[in-house]
Design a protein around this ligand. Sequence first.
Ligand code: NAP
Length: 257
Amino acid sequence: MPNLKQFSLEGKVTMVTGASRGIGRATALAFARAGSDLILTSRKAEDLEKVAADIRNEGRRALVISAHLGRTEDTKNVAATARAAFGRIDILVNNAGTSPIFASFLESDERLWDAIMNLNLKGLFFLSQAVAKIMKEQGGGCIINVASIDGYLPETDNGVYAVSKAGVIMATKVMARELAAFNIRVNTLAPGFVHTKLLDASFQARPGREEECKGFVPQGRIGEPEDMVGTMIYLASDASKFVTGHVVIADGGMLYI
Ligand SMILES: NC(=O)c1ccc[n+]([C@@H]2O[C@H](COP(=O)([O-])OP(=O)(O)OC[C@H]3O[C@@H](n4cnc5c(N)ncnc54)[C@H](OP(=O)(O)O)[C@@H]3O)[C@@H](O)[C@H]2O)c1
């Protein structure tokens, strides 16, 4: 009989960015059910408070910190506030991400570049840095970055996003290499198509796109946020204690079969 306790997050403190909806919300709720207390962050405190209420109903502690994670100052404040409240951060899930509009390479401007890169890559990098300093002091931790299959295979008219997600995959390796010495593991989850506000807005902007996307997926469906949580728990828990610097792709088979 395998030891399923190695998947437990009992007694852990997890910070999830972009926790107000979509993949971040599903992850935060699943982690609470697996035993973790939660620090929830995104821009809108009101939305986060609803998730916090659900987590408290599971008997776990939940702290809401409102922040714009594309701003480095905010990332430092989030780490400091979390530490002041909980004294430690065992797991960081860098999930917040954006792709506000579709634009071709030739039409992508600096404003779009900054909006995407500041959150998806710069924010992830500097929040990880601030949290990793805390993890180093406490003797270890675990970071999960959320990339995308777009980091391998660019989608038409979503090039800046693809560049940011390829950067997330490399940032994972950079962090994993340096932080292994401090008992900190760093891995990436790369989702395929998942029904969330982010993807559904892109389906609405492009009629027929949802059916087209389903056709790319061997499993024949768009994923749900709950399809991501098993991989998240695996990467956050002792079940993956010898795994670092890797990407787990959860895409219904789209990329490689
Ligand atoms: N859905 C997919 O098909 C798919 C596929 C591959 C990868 N992903 C990745 O999965 C992650 C989660 O995406 P999702 O699909 O769940 O998207 P979503 O439903 O749009 O959720 C995005 C989350 O990020 C937060 N956020 C947005 N801008 C922020 C900012 N400047 N500062 C702080 N928080 C911010 C949002 O909350 P606020 O509005 O309150 O700030 C929200 O909680 C992203 O990294 C995305 O790139 C998604």
